[in-house]
Design a protein around this ligand. Structure first.
Ligand SMILES: Cc1cc2nc3c(=O)[nH]c(=O)nc-3n(C[C@H](O)[C@H](O)[C@H](O)COP(=O)(O)OP(=O)(O)OC[C@H]3O[C@@H](n4cnc5c(N)ncnc54)[C@H](O)[C@@H]3O)c2cc1C
Length: 491
């Protein structure tokens, strides 16, 4: 029998696979159990946004997703208005159109290459924890078994069995309205690119994929109250889209079709002792703005290095608790914004139409356009500074590096070891060498941005831990606070 892994991840969706790669690549033994035996065809998310690509790029895992996706620099806002991703300060100035199943394929390849063991057809049925570990009951093709692990992470989606097993409430509500969607081919596509149109009757969005199929999303105000479990036919989708657009786009050859009714729910806690929750198991919301998959991957990157630090024995006190402290407010804000967006998208009331007009109009103003886009793409996401100063918690954009011993040519490559990165104008400060097992150093060839101080300590997930005009400004304290004890005295 193979030895028990240190971490059991329940669910091989975007959250579980991203987390498994984060753990396994850096020496933590990790098994992912997935109750499905087959790849899911009903492919939900249809985009991967820049911040998600940046996180994957920091570990050298973006190529598989990029190869399967279609780069869209100008996603539609509706009625011939488009977004301009070229305004973003990122190596990935586009929204990647890609069915979720293909993203999951790429993430699975990365997780397996990193050394994670993925067990399809195995369901988590119960768990019990004590001070030193968690006993997890599994049911699979070979019958039932129990494994003992140090941590369990529930990445098992909206109906999380892990969340139920630790008794965490998932408060919220279900939306009354149902939408229609499917992956299809179009005989008369409205153009060769992404497309969205809003009329009094509703909204139609078209997102072409690399293989010639496309996601069609139809929001028909006259069909909102059709129960979500009513089967969706090609005729239903075609009739509604033609009624909204006033023309037939020739919907055919469905890969899948589905009605969909969303809910908005948030777990009360993300951690109960040795059991943690991530992705849809922790929060779920309407897909407006395409944030669910992005949030799931971000959870995994925030949690991954903290769990590694705890298991490697160098985590400072309370580090694992910062996962919930940092990710909970982000999810709460996402829930609030997506709900607001959905209400304005779906309502035909005069105030809603006026707001839509104002929002569309505001997109003519470049700084407002950029601001909206930065939120949508995830690049303005920041964690609480928690007394750490103005820069703490901010995302660090990619920048070229002055050639050095590491061989890295740009900042994001320095994160490939999964450690902290200390940026400064010159040679590495002597006292930072004491943390060299967890820290890499680099010199930027150009400033991060206007006003940024020259010395910046960046966490393994790409957010600022400390920044100062001189290393005497508190670097040593920040290293102790975030990186634990120096190597010589590490446990
Ligand atoms: C219709 C629809 C459209 C969407 N569109 C978008 C979009 O455009 N953009 C976007 O970013 N997001 C979108 N989302 C949201 C996105 O799909 C989710 O946020 C994302 O899948 C969450 O990933 P996850 O890994 O947390 O959970 P999931 O993808 O749900 O994965 C959970 C996995 O856990 C497995 N599992 C469950 N219970 C157990 C158990 N007991 N034991 C073992 N395995 C178990 C499941 O089989 C599943 O594979 C959409 C969602 C829906 C429903």
């Amino acid at each position: 029998m193979s030895p028990s892994p240190q971490v059991l991840v329940v669910g091989a969706g975007p959250a579980g696979l991203s987390l498994a790669a984060e753990l396994a690549e850096f020496g933590i033994s990790c098994r992912v159990v997935e109750k499905r035996t087959q790849r899911q065809t009903l492919s939900r998310a249809c985009t991967v946004e820049p911040r998600t690509l940046e996180l994957l790029d920091m570990r050298g895992r973006a190529a598989g997703v990029l190869a399967r996706g279609r780069r869209c620099q100008h996603p539609p806002l509706g009625n011939d208005r488009t977004l301009d991703y070229g305004l973003l300060d990122t190596p990935f100035p586009f929204s990647l159109s890609i069915p979720q199943a293909w993203t999951v394929d790429a993430l699975r390849v990365s997780a397996e290459a990193a050394g994670a063991v993925i067990s399809p057809g195995v369901e988590m049925t119960a768990l019990r924890q004590d001070e030193s570990g968690v006993d997890v009951d599994l049911r699979g093709p070979d019958g039932s078994s129990t494994v003992r692990v140090q941590y369990v992470v529930g990445c098992d989606g909206v109906n999380s069995a892990v969340r139920d097993a630790v008794g965490v409430d998932f408060d919220g509500w279900n939306y009354d309205d149902s939408l229609m969607m499917g992956d299809v081919r179009l005989a008369n596509p409205p153009g060769d690119a992404e497309y969205a149109r809003i009329t009094r009757r509703g909204m139609v969005g078209v997102f072409p994929f690399q293989d010639g199929t496309c996601r069609v999303i139809v929001l028909d105000r006259e069909k909102f109250r059709v129960p979500a479990d009513t089967p969706l036919t090609l005729d239903d989708l075609s009739e509604s889209s033609a009624a909204i657009l006033g023309t037939d786009i020739g919907i055919q050859d469905p890969v899948w079709l589905s009605r969909f009714r969303s809910s908005q729910r948030h777990a009360k806690r993300y951690r109960v002792g040795r059991v943690l929750l991530a992705g849809d198991a922790a929060h779920t919301h309407i897909p407006s703005g395409g944030q669910g998959l992005q949030t799931a991957v971000q959870d995994a990157f925030n949690l991954g290095w903290k769990l590694r630090a705890v298991l490697a024995g160098w985590a400072p006190d309370g580090l694992l608790d910062t996962y919930e402290a940092e990710r909970y407010p982000i999810a709460r804000e996402t829930l609030r914004k997506t709900d607001l967006a959905f209400r304005f998208e779906t309502s035909d009331s005069l105030p809603a139409r006026l707001v839509r007009k104002v929002v569309m109009g505001s997109m003519r103003i470049t700084p407002l356009h950029r601001l909206n886009l930065e939120h949508l793409s995830g690049i303005t996401l920041r964690y609480p500074a928690d007394g750490g100063g103005r820069w703490t918690g901010r995302r660090v954009p990619d920048r070229p590096l002055v050639a050095g011993g590491s061989g890295a040519t740009r900042l994001y490559e320095l994160f490939r070891d999964g450690g902290f990165v200390l940026l400064g104008p010159g040679p590495e400060p002597a006292h930072a060498a004491a943390w060299s097992s967890r820290l890499r150093t680099g010199t930027l060839a150009e400033p991060i941005g206007r006003g940024w101080p020259p010395h910046v300590l960046v966490r393994p997930d790409g957010y600022v831990a400390w920044a100062g005009t001189a290393v005497d400004d508190g670097l040593t304290e920040a290293l102790h606070r975030w990186c634990g004890e120096p190597d010589q005295v590490a446990r």
